[in-house]
Design a protein around this ligand. Sequence first.
Ligand code: HEM
Length: 166
Amino acid sequence: MRKFISFLLPIAIVAVISFQSCGEDNTMNNNTPSAQTLYTRLGGNTAIDTVVAVFINNVAADPQINFFFAPVLADTSGVRYRLLRQNLVQQICMVTGGPCLYMGKDMRTAHGGMSITIAQFNALVNDLVMAMTTLGVAQTEQNELLAILGPLCGDIVDNGNGTGCQ
Ligand code: HEM
């Protein structure tokens, strides 16, 4: 029995190490770009967090929509900023196939009662596009992310009659 365990133990250790080295996604053994998740192609959590940081800066400087975020920007402790940033990163990570669980509110609850218009929605999307372009995110990945986020429009824009989002 001892011999059997001492034979199995090294194999088990190697298996655990190899499993962990899969890293942040599930693309092990498949290095063709098209087979990688959008999360991986965006550069994982660190790169997504950088996009979100630049995106929030763009929103904060955008007079079309920055007033919505006044309470976040006015919180000098930075707690609300960090929470928003973390929620956005988690959400993008999750919807692009990354190993995250978005813990924030659903989009309808988060944006309810804000009377967000389609023009304001488009302004925010444009701030995201500017952030991705500034950071050199390729067009394919930009388009894929927008194709995932675009359909959330119906839960965010409040135009009173359910129309406006394509
Ligand atoms: C695809 C578009 C959008 C996405 C993916 C998105 C995502 C999010 C997320 C994840 C949160 C955090 C929810 C939570 O606190 O649990 C949030 C909050 C918020 N969003 Fe959006 N949002 C979008 C569009 C917009 C637009 C167009 C506006 C306004 C023009 C807006 C204004 C806000 C505001 C004011 C908050 C609350 C911030 C706070 O008080 O912490 N969002 N959004």
